[in-house]
Design a protein around this ligand. Structure first.
Ligand code: ACO
Length: 317
């Protein structure tokens, strides 16, 4: 059909970690509560590195693994809800840090929260179709710790920092089916911007956990169904489903709804917690390292998050 395909992956997470026991000393919680409700054990937390720093490290690994000349990158997309600054885009900052400031390319950020990676695949697919010789670099990077209130036990246990990256190229023989959606809702999950009445008030994540849970369990199976229908496949024809790693119980509920074996749904939430848009490319990179992804395998990636947004991408490895 002709589409982009992933040539290589890379990932990076800060060395410093925060486990459930350490969090239990900061807020009124416990390892048992966190693990049983979320499946999380440890999260990586940046010590001074910003979103572009994490992104550059993941990007360098992906570029190296792809073997391409970095000067051939014509499109640099960064998905993040924790950019370095309002402007310029984190994508432009990463372009500069990669030493590609003078290389002609389009570079911009995608603000679709935890749906950022499938959104980016859809956008890269449309743009690289116009310039088939060029390579695309997608970086999904988050330093969520900078918008977490570490006195709020209902949110501070959930998030970690990480970055994942992929190098993509348009290929006449590749296949990619995508969907991307938005249902405007700014109450369920958000990080406020500057409060014009009180410009000193902090910007922290607010979340209605139960509503997020319901939203995810409703929309993710629909998105999977949508890309399966486009491809003329059933769930049995899919080798792996890589969901945004928001919560182990969300993943388990979706697995039951899909009626497939738990091994089909990759999960690494215990070691990273929720890293928003970074979670899918970090998972893909781990799967590559574990030798799980073989040429020709079919993989569905699904993101869901603030917006509310959700989206899926069915691709052939
Ligand atoms: N430790 C101990 N108790 C806690 C904690 C904690 N860390 N956090 C909340 N509680 C308490 C609450 O105060 C409440 O106590 P109360 O009954 O005395 O008022 C009780 O636990 C129940 O609180 P709920 O918020 O209703 O807990 P719930 O069982 O829904 O679990 C959770 C919370 C884990 C967040 C769940 O709602 C969930 O998984 N939601 C999905 C949200 C999610 O994954 N978000 C990720 C970010 S969004 C994204 O990536 C798309």
């Amino acid at each position: 059909m002709g589409a982009i395909k992933i040539l290589a992956t890379g990932a990076y997470a800060p060395e410093h970690t925060l486990d459930n026991d350490q969090l239990s000393q900061m807020v009124d919680t416990s390892d048992e509560w966190i693990f049983s409700r979320t499946g999380m054990k440890v999260r990586h937390i940046s010590q001074g590195e910003n979103t572009s720093d994490l992104g550059v490290k993941a990007a360098r690994i992906a570029i190296q693994n792809s073997g391409i000349a970095p000067e051939k990158i014509g499109l640099l997309l960064v998905s993040t809800f924790t950019p370095d600054c309002y402007t310029p885009a984190t994508a432009c900052i990463i372009q500069e840090k990669l030493g590609l400031a003078q290389v002609p390319m389009m570079a911009f950020d995608i603000s679709a929260a935890c749906s950022g990676f499938p959104y980016a695949l859809k956008i890269a697919n449309a743009l690289l179709k116009e310039t088939p010789g060029q390579y695309g670099l997608i970086v999904s990077s988050e330093v969520i710790s900078k918008v977490v209130d570490y006195t709020d036990r209902s949110t501070c246990i959930l998030f970690g920092d990480a970055a994942g990256a992929v190098v993509v190229q348009y290929d006449e023989n590749a296949m990619l089916y995508t969907c991307a959606h938005s249902r405007a809702d700014k109450e369920t999950l958000y990080v406020p911007g500057v409060d014009m009445q009180d410009q000193t008030s902090p910007s922290y994540i607010y979340m209605n956990g139960r509503e997020v849970f319901k939203f995810a369990v409703e929309t993710v199976p629909q998105a999977i169904d949508e890309v399966l229908k486009q491809a003329g496949l059933t769930i049995d024809g899919i080798d792996y489903i890589v969901l945004h790693q928001a919560n182990a119980r969300i993943i388990a509920s979706i697995q039951k709804r899909l009626g497939c074996k738990s091994e089909k749904l990759y999960m690494n939430i215990a070691e990273y917690a929720n890293t928003s848009s970074a979670s899918i490319p970090v998972a893909l990179d781990e799967m590559v390292h574990k030798g799980m992804l073989k040429k020709g395998m079919k993989v569905v990636c699904v993101g869901f998050g603030a917006g509310l947004t959700w989206g899926a991408a069915l691709l052939e490895w």
